[in-house]
Design a binder for this molecule. Structure first.
Ligand SMILES: *Cc1c(COP(=O)(O)O)cnc(C)c1O
Length: 399
């Protein structure tokens, strides 16, 4: 690996044109295909670092890893024609797919010689970064949205990070990066898009799904979208599987799920736009996907893959949380949004019979107690009176 710079502001060559582009890590796919890398991968256990030939950290260097990835792919029953699967990313070390991102991003930060790292966040991103920074023995400072839950701010501090609660997280992030030399684990490029190294960690979501489906491409993948990193990363991963030699099946169509209360990608897709519009007043219980705008890469992924963008109401997101819970998966609202969108599309007949549709359940409910409480149908009695408790139980069993 030849590293010539960190390039947090995107590709320096593209910057001089009118089309700025984030740095893209690329690999010699033909050489790896010739060595039949795919067969080697097939015999390895799942997990981000099982696929390190296509990660930017050089061979022989120790990754910063908490055992992220290798999450279950669970079939969830649905009345529609297609088979719905849920990739249960709530099972990651800090309860979100973001751990894949930071395992690679923080490993690269350490390799590049940084000892300080920062990010802006609605909650999950910051808590995850703080955990990996702790393991790497790096100073960590998180800029948190005022609406992010106490639990996530407290988790970040338990991992040793400093937290600043502010509405101006992007401004401060740019200052710490440019003026103080910190490693930004969120995007700086005007696009905006995430850290170019962290993004590489999301490719393993695609590889794992492929192997969990017995070496088959799913027909559709539905992803809850904020900036679009978790949509683009797996798309890149599926393309790499093709570049490594799996050409017998078409690539999956990638679909973006957003809340009707904040759906800039859905609006941009409907307008065939190149640039995602800015939503004037985001208002949704799904705060992790409540960003007012997203990277152009989110739209190009939808166009390139022949996918679509689907908005779901907060009401339907809460219903999806309850349905996932019946399959034993407790997801936060943003984590349930992809399943809500897939179920809605399946009911509308968007998918062909017997197609495999994979929904990414990105984040765990336990970190979002207020939203968790909104999703439940209360089944609770508080009473110390023995007779009252027994009468209540008998009454419940009749219903
Ligand atoms: C970060 C996040 C997403 C998606 O974010 P992108 O910026 O689009 O990658 C989705 N769900 C949850 C729970 C998240 O934390």
């Amino acid at each position: 690996v030849q590293v010539v710079g960190a390039f947090f502001d995107g590709c320096p060559n593209c910057d001089r044109t009118d089309k700025p582009h984030p740095l893209e890590v690329s690999y010699d796919y033909a050489a790896w295909a010739a060595r039949d890398l795919l067969s080697q991968w097939r015999s390895r256990p799942l997990g981000v670092w099982s696929y390190r030939e296509l990660l930017p950290l050089g061979a022989g260097l120790n990754p910063i890893s908490l055992g992220e990835g290798a999450t279950p792919l669970t079939r969830v029953a649905d009345d529609g024609h297609a088979r719905l699967w849920v990739k249960n990313e709530t099972r990651n070390p800090t309860g979100a797919h973001k751990d894949r991102f930071h395992s690679v991003g923080v490993s690269m930060a350490q390799f590049l010689g940084f000892d300080r790292t920062t990010s802006g966040t609605t909650g999950n991103h910051g808590a995850s970064l703080a955990a990996y920074a702790a393991l790497a023995n790096m100073r960590c400072l998180i800029f948190c949205d005022p609406a992010s839950p106490d639990v996530l701010r407290h988790m970040a501090q338990l991992y040793g990070a400093d937290v600043v609660v502010t509405r101006k997280r992007h401004e401060h992030l740019a200052w710490l990066t440019h003026e103080r030399g910190w490693f930004p684990s969120t995007g700086l490029t005007p696009m905006p898009v995430g850290n170019p190294y962290g993004l590489e960690g999301y490719k393993s979501i695609a590889y794992e799904i492929f192997f969990q489906l017995g070496g088959n491409m799913p027909a559709h993948v539905v992803v809850p979208v904020a900036k679009g990193d978790a949509l683009y990363g797996p798309w890149k991963g599926f393309n790499e599987l093709q570049a490594l030699g799996h050409r017998s099946q078409p690539l999956p169509r990638m679909h973006a799920a957003q809340s009707t209360g904040c759906d800039p990608v859905v609006q941009g897709f409907a307008a065939h736009a190149d640039v995602v519009p800015v939503h004037p007043n985001p208002k949704t219980i799904a705060l992790s996907i409540g960003d007012a705008t997203a990277a152009p890469l989110s739209l190009s992924t939808l166009y390139d893959s022949g996918g679509s963008a689907e908005a779901v109401s907060d009401h339907d997101i809460l219903a999806a949380m309850r349905r996932l819970a019946r399959a034993g998966i407790a997801a936060e609202p943003s984590g349930a949004a992809a399943f809500a969108a897939a179920a809605q599309m399946n009911a509308r007949g968007v998918f062909a019979p017997d197609e495999d549709v994979v929904c990414i359940a990105t984040g765990a409910a336990v970190k979002w107690p207020a939203e968790l409480e909104m999703a439940i149908m209360a089944h609770e009695l508080r009473d110390d009176d023995t007779t009252a408790v027994r009468a209540w139980i008998d009454g419940r069993m009749l219903s």
